[in-house]
Design a protein around this ligand. Sequence first.
Ligand SMILES: Cc1cc2nc3c(=O)[nH]c(=O)nc-3n(C[C@H](O)[C@H](O)[C@H](O)COP(=O)(O)O)c2cc1C
Length: 332
Amino acid sequence: MKVDVSSHLYSLPIKNPLVVGSSGITSTAEKVKKVADAGAGAVIMKSIFEEEINLQFLDEMRKLEVNDANLEFLDYYDYELRKNALDAYCEELKEAKNQVSIPVVASISCASAGEWINFAKPLEEAGADALEINAMFLPVDMSKTAADYEKLFVELLTKLKAELSIPVGIKLSPYFSHLPQFAAKISKKVAGITLFNRFYNPDINIHDSKLITGPVFSSPGDFYNTLRWTALLSSAVKVPLSASTGIHTPETMIKMLMAGAENTQVVSALYLHGIKHIQAMLSKLEAFMLENDFESLADLKGRVKMENGLQNTFQRVQFMKYFGSGSSMIDI
Ligand SMILES: Cc1cc2nc3c(=O)[nH]c(=O)nc-3n(C[C@H](O)[C@H](O)[C@H](O)COP(=O)(O)O)c2cc1C
């Protein structure tokens, strides 16, 4: 018997729920073809980063001495840099679309609210099946409130929805003070929400007191926060969810689907195990469904509810069980 593992990503039908997330693995048409041939359900191309273009521009400004005479050139150079980066991205996207039959989602990461539309429209015209917004506004500006940050997202998504006809999804960071309310606020403006983006993590070298970069890749144990919020949001709001961060094993993929995710985005596990891991994960998912009489993903999706009350009680009971007076579960 064959099980039906088809699902959706940002309202696009996908043949299976394993989506290769935005990363170096998806940066060119050639790489997109490789992951499509390896069996992925969909692919999200590496983001085009406004910051990267800005850094290139700053680099050039450092080399040149800025004065009235070359100000106009620098303006032109900035425009050219943006255009070249965007053109190059669109070429890879068009080529990827020619080479594969699975959905190809473009991704943009812009630092300023104004640039998003200028980047988004050409990607739609180049044939992107959907657009994922990699929104990395880390709320650290003390002069802004949480509501100010949320407003940035709402305005941005309203604009994108009005201008584009392809579906727009958003990949969020975990740093929101009331995620269910915020998700409800943006739910009518997006075709789906991805939980969560993973920032490069800072670390400290204690021997020279310097900041260093933490691990680039997630670990198999990094999925719990995504699992919690996937379960909570899938009960609280009606917006399709894509799970991301720490999905290294077929078991974790199954947990995300049971918590209510439509699909799972995988990146670090593919860097660590190679793209053959795509088929290994999918085969295990199908075997699990067969063994447990799940004919389709619809039977599996959202089976485990974690509504607010249950969640609180569950947490309290677990703490009492492990750390309450007289507990012998964890002895130190
Ligand atoms: C090397 C590398 C490059 C990445 N580049 C991007 C990117 O361009 N855009 C983006 O939205 N996310 C990017 N990510 C984040 C991943 O898409 C993903 O959200 C994150 O790694 C968590 O998933 P994982 O635990 O499966 O790695 C990158 C991750 C890695 C490891």
